[in-house]
Design a protein around this ligand. Structure first.
Ligand SMILES: [Zn+2]
Length: 328
């Protein structure tokens, strides 16, 4: 086991969800702001927000988003949550982050998607870290109009806090191939995008994401099950947003030793390391990197390579990337 020192490396997280990453402190503050009496101990609250070892799959994992989402239905709450998360990331040594959320999941108390995005942008602008927002469209069979509205909203705020769109949700239930429209519209409007694929579903999902034009894939780990898919990722210079603990939680891999990061790297695929959901998975960026270093013997140069890959794949300008590279 090697000891890596992460304190002197500028860390980057390009795959984390706002609703799955609220700290306990933020949850309690959000409850207080909205006059919700907290009758739970911290332990009971954590149980509501975090997966246990018995979590079966991605569907069960996704249930942990229900409670935090109920707390994020006003502009004030959403803005506060974005601000707090970014400040927490900064204190963990992060130099740049792309935070994602699905505007259509924040409309239960009358906010429009546009109002939700405006609130998130306010939180972002108040914070003291370099960050961008990714708007998630959601997998489902009755929300086509909402997804199209998300793309239109992304266009309005692109370059004003929003940097890209994504497709999130239950990949095993709603296959990637059914969401072509979203990415056709995004391409038409020149909105960059990433797609969750090859997580709960097999490499076919990744193949569709590539067909739609994705240059970044959320997870994508199951690409190792198909040599052709791996080649396409490698030759296409596609970057994978890996989130190891999340994949252990959803039982894609039973043990971190099985995690195929080396296979991906050996195939020439660019990988980045991210947290996905800090609260749901009980993790942070340093935990993820340390776990991989301990398991696979990565040293500081390897970690810097991961961070460099993340910066190069970031949804930002070339000059901004150059600036970030200097902070590594
Ligand atoms: Zn994710």
């Amino acid at each position: 086991m090697k000891n890596v020192n992460l304190d002197n490396i500028g860390l980057v997280d390009i795959h984390l969800h706002l609703d799955g990453s609220l700290s306990l402190e933020t949850v309690k503050e959000l409850m207080c702001m909205q006059g919700i009496k907290n009758e739970n101990t911290d332990e009971e609250l954590l149980k509501r927000l975090q997966v246990s070892h018995e979590c079966k799959d991605l569907n069960e994992y996704l249930e942990k988003f229900e409670y935090p989402l109920t707390l994020l239905q006003t502009g004030e709450a959403l803005s506060f949550a974005v601000y707090k998360l970014i400040e927490e990331l900064k204190s963990e040594g992060i130099i740049y982050a792309e935070i994602r959320f699905a505007p259509q999941l924040h409309t239960k108390k009358g906010m429009s998607q546009k109002m939700a995005v405006e609130a998130a942008v306010r939180g972002l602008n108040r914070s003291s870290l370099d960050a961008g927002l990714i708007l998630c469209c959601m997998r489902g069979n009755d929300n086509h109009a909402e997804n199209m509205e998300t793309v239109e909203t992304a266009e309005k705020y692109l370059g004003k806090g929003v940097v890209a769109i994504d497709l999130a949700g239950a990949e095993g239930l709603f296959p990637t191939k059914d969401f072509r429209d979203i990415f056709e519209l995004a391409r038409e409007k020149h909105i960059p995008f990433t797609i969750h694929a090859g997580e709960a579903d097999n490499p076919t999902s990744v193949e569709y994401a590539l067909k739609f034009g994705a240059k970044r894939i959320g997870h994508g780990v199951r690409s190792v099950e198909n040599a052709d898919t791996l080649k396409k990722l490698s030759y296409g210079g596609i970057t994978l947003e890996l989130c190891p603990t999340s994949n252990l939680n959803t039982n894609i891999y039973e043990n971190i030793n099985e995690y195929p990061i080396k296979k991906l790297m050996d195939a020439g695929v660019k990988v980045t390391i991210n947290t996905d959901n800090m609260m749901v998975s009980g993790t942070d960026i340093k935990k993820e990197l340390t776990m991989l270093a301990d398991t696979f013997g990565f040293d500081e140069d390897d970690i810097i390579d991961f961070e460099r890959n993340a910066i190069m794949a970031a949804f930002t300008s070339a000059s901004h990337k150059e600036k970030l590279l200097r902070l590594l």
